[in-house]
Design a protein around this ligand. Structure first.
Ligand code: AMP
Length: 506
């Protein structure tokens, strides 16, 4: 089993459909992409001397070449190590060293940084800039047949975003990625041949995983020419390419619906927005549904179980008449078809409906372990269950509501307080653009609740108003004891709020 077969199948079935596009311009058809990948694969094993299982790293801003090389890597039985383009040289150095990558493909903007990082990565023999002749030369030569790999062979080292310390390389096998893809067809969507995906988020992470279900169905992968997420450009591309799917982090959905150019989005253009990776606040979600219609679904997953743990379907988003509509929107939905999901106590005992505990899951998409990190693997994988580090509770409908990362939970006066619940309330205030709630050490209570708030524009906002909002909506003891107004919230390269940094500020 080799995940590259997804591309081979589409090259046979959807030969002349576009596979890749730069902005509004088609770049390669499925047949041409397969041919190119097969020739590049020959170079990887021949000229570069790579052997099955060797790691190949990527430091590239989103571009079509990244998909070409990734498939060449899988075609040749190698393992891809995509790195976020915005990492620091020292983070690149860590991942290059930890993964033992032999080659690193780069876009020119990152060539210098990677050359610097490479000094600490003794296994790295070659850096290939995809705009140079060294790369274009890889198109020339004979194709080779796809290498047959075992389902357990590593295909993608997915380095976690490292919100707490060093990133860890979740080892995703060919089987993991295939199970994830089939699960997408079962629970999320079956994109039509000739459909499209716009890669607005980094393909080293969230959006890149979407490539598999799209390639398997003959959809075109569209790369914005800006290389980033610009709302007007994204809207233009969604209008240009048919049946468009897109993965957006919740903050990106928010930017979309708050931008004037969303009015230019043609009603038929958009097929599906999947959002996930961080909490989406109910107030934002309702606004998105009002503006975009029945086009939203949610996925809850993590690098260790990519795209797959639970999902909240389009139907549940749209069924406004349902008496539990709001509770449904506040949840992350039900367990995926290929997953067993439980909420457990510290000893791993399953908790009854309504009780909050750690979320664990089991299924074919769950990683094989962390690369080169047996201690972290032993902590996260126990008896075949992945301990996610997320805290949540099931309800009687089988819907999982996420509370927080276990380490973000606040314990005040012996009570557990989940920041997300308070954030949901603060977000109801029209003058709150963004907020994040953390715990501050307190001599008597253990911790007390503090809210960091970013105001919308020049709106005036007094702590008393927010206090009242909390009093109207949640238990007294949960309301923040202090409001800190800030210009912006610290975020990592994936747009996730860094609560560790906020705690340091306290
Ligand atoms: P990463 O491995 O970087 O993709 O981060 C995964 C983490 O993001 C999960 O463990 C959750 O804490 C969070 N996350 C992912 N999806 C969701 C979601 N739908 N709602 C809330 N948090 C999420």
């Amino acid at each position: 089993m080799n995940i590259a077969h997804l591309l081979l199948g589409s090259a046979q079935e959807f030969r002349d459909l576009p596979a890749l596009a730069r902005g509004t311009t088609p770049y390669l058809t499925y047949r041409d992409l397969w041919r190119k990948v097969s020739v590049m694969s020959t170079h990887l094993t021949g000229r570069f001397g790579l052997k099955r299982g060797d790691r190949v790293a990527f430091a590239m801003t989103n571009c079509v070449e990244a998909i070409e090389v990734m498939y060449a890597v899988w075609h040749a039985g190698l393992c891809a190590v995509p790195m976020n383009a915005k990492l620091h040289a020292r983070e690149f150095a860590f991942i290059l060293e930890n993964s033992g990558a032999r080659i690193c493909f780069v876009t020119p903007d990152l060539a210098e940084t990677i050359a610097e990082a490479a000094k600490e990565a003794p296994d790295l023999k070659e850096i290939v800039d995809v705009t140079t002749r060294s790369y274009t030369f890889m198109e020339v030569g004979d194709p080779s047949p796809v290498v047959s790999t075992e389902p357990t062979d590593p295909a993608w080292l997915f380095y976690t975003s490292g919100t707490t310390g060093r990133p860890k390389g979740a080892t995703l096998t060919h089987r993991n990625l295939l199970a994830m893809t089939l699960n997408y067809y079962a629970d999320a969507d079956r994109p039509p041949p000739g459909g499209s995906i716009v890669h607005a988020a980094p393909i080293s992470h969230g959006s890149g995983l979407w490539n598999f279900p799209m390639v398997g169905r003959g959809s075109v992968q569209v790369f914005p020419e800006s290389g980033k997420y610009e709302v007007p450009e994204t809207v233009e591309l969604m209008n240009r390419w048919p049946e468009c799917s897109i993965f957006l982090a919740p903050t990106m959905v928010k930017r979309l619906i708050e931008h004037g150019s969303v009015a230019d989005l043609q009603p038929q253009a958009l097929r599906l927005i999947t959002y996930g990776g961080a909490p989406m606040y109910v107030a934002d979600l309702k606004r998105a549904l009002d503006l975009l219609g029945n086009k939203l679904m949610q996925l809850y997953g993590q690098g260790e179980s990519p795209m797959t743990i639970t999902h909240l379907s389009r139907e549940y988003h749209w069924d406004r008449q349902h008496p539990r509509w709001e509770q449904r929107l506040a949840s992350a939905g039900r367990a995926d078809s290929c997953m067993e999901v439980r909420v457990v106590d510290e000893e791993g005992r399953q908790l009854p409906v309504g009780e909050v505990g750690e979320i664990i899951c089991k299924g074919d998409p769950v990683m094989a372990g962390y690369w080169n990190n047996p201690e972290a693997t032993a902590r996260s994988l126990r008896d075949g269950w992945l301990w996610t580090g997320d805290v949540g509770a099931f309800d009687e409908e089988g819907l999982l509501t996420l509370k927080d990362r276990s380490k973000d939970m606040i314990i005040s006066g012996g009570s557990n307080i989940y920041p997300r619940e308070i954030e949901d309330v603060l977000n109801l205030h029209p003058a709150v653009a963004e907020c994040s709630v953390v715990g501050r050490p307190h001599p008597e209570w253990g911790e007390e609740v503090v809210a960091f708030v970013v105001k919308r524009g020049t709106a005036s906002l007094a702590p008393g108003e927010l206090d009242q909002l909390c009093l109207d909506n949640i238990a007294r003891f949960k309301r923040p004891k202090d409001y800190k107004f800030v210009e912006a919230l610290p975020k990592n390269n994936y747009g996730k709020i860094l609560k560790t940094e906020l705690r340091k500020l306290l």
